[in-house]
Design a protein around this ligand. Structure first.
Ligand code: 8YV
Length: 331
């Protein structure tokens, strides 16, 4: 007897090679138009699918999960962060959750460095001066930025991505500091010449540049609260390639407006795709560099993420433990 292929519903357009392979392996429902699913459409997908492949743009909370049909067994997230899914509620319903760790580490770390350089050296502001036709010629005291060599970088969250940021930053001559739930091994600390801060507060108060690289979990929501942001030096800059929810965006914006912090490079926002008007105004004034959640947006990265999804779905369907299972205890 031919075994029925599982119905796999993919919520967004994925790279062609990934979609094609998924169609070969599974009974796959694609979203070629790439329109984000509303909660009703998502509920319908959860109702009929054996496997759902969502992305960061799908909110799979307890309310959405209440629509899950009996066939739904696996949610194979196309993405590393799983803060779009209520993992506790999903696991309580007997569902398996997987993600795509490891394959977007370098791309995201590259973007963190790009933002550190862009903000410190006024890259976007300079480029805009050319394209707007406002450049009247070189001058010794014009468009000066801050040198990054020799500065102190404080990394908040020293997992895979944080360490990849540290390796790059070390090559740029920055001294590496970090705060993490767990201290790294002496060997890794030594190779990065990294200084560990048990106290996030103490670290923040001493850094020239802060890079946010921890996952968004209930414990890290507004980790950079008003109180902690106020600890930053007025000359400090902050870069976020993790999740908008980790920083109190409203307070950060007010501090940037008041000149209580020198600049920010943000690839993520609290209420994506909404970006507060005040931040847009600061970007126009050259005080912040804003990017539309592009940290892992490379052709190679997206294909690797898709491959991971396929391996997770295939392993699960063949009765094996999927390699990238996420459990509530891991968050
Ligand atoms: C992805 C990300 O593009 O994987 C993550 O956690 O933040 C992004 O870089 C996105 O999540 C895809 O769903």
């Amino acid at each position: 007897m031919v075994r029925k292929k599982p119905l796999v519903i993919v919520t967004r357009k994925l790279p062609d090679v990934i979609e094609t392979r998924m169609c070969e392996l599974f009974d796959t429902r694609l979203n070629v138009a790439d329109t984000p699913m509303g909660q009703d459409e998502l509920a319908q997908a959860l109702r009929v699918a054996d496997v759902l492949v969502p992305t960061v743009t799908d909110r799979i909370d307890a309310q959405a999960l209440a629509h899950a049909g009996e066939n739904l067994k696996l949610i194979a997230n196309f993405g590393n962060g799983v803060d779009n899914i209520d993992v506790g509620a999903a696991v309580a319903r007997g569902l398996t959750i997987t993600n795509t760790p490891g394959v977007l580490t370098d791309d995201t770390a590259d973007m963190a460095l790009a933002l550190i350089l862009a903000v410190s050296r006024r890259v976007v502001e300079g480029a805009n001066t050319i394209t707007s036709g406002d450049w009247t010629g070189w001058s010794p005291t014009w468009m000066l930025g801050a040198r990054i060599t020799g500065k102190r970088l404080g990394i908040v969250g020293m997992g895979r991505i944080g360490q990849a940021v540290a390796r790059r930053a070390k090559a740029f001559g920055l001294s590496i500091h970090y705060h993490n739930r767990r201290r790294l091994s002496a060997g890794i600390e030594e190779s990065l010449e990294a200084t560990y801060w048990d106290s996030l507060d103490q670290m923040l108060a001493r850094m020239d540049i802060v890079s946010v690289n921890c996952p968004h979990t209930p414990a890290t929501y507004h980790l950079l609260s008003a109180r902690r942001l106020k600890l930053l030096r007025p000359s400090a800059i902050i870069v976020n390639t993790a999740r908008g929810e980790i920083i109190d965006e409203n307070v950060l914006t007010k501090m940037l407006e008041a000149g209580e912090i020198a600049g920010a490079g943000l690839d993520v926002f609290e209420h994506e795709p909404a970006v507060p008007n005040k931040l847009l105004r600061l970007a126009k004034a050259g005080k912040v560099t804003l990017l539309p959640h592009m940290g892992s947006a490379t052709h190679e990265g997206r294909i690797d993420m898709g491959e991971k999804v396929i391996v997770n779905v295939k392993a699960f369907m063949d009765g094996h433990k999927p390699p990238d299972r996420v459990l509530p205890s891991m968050l």
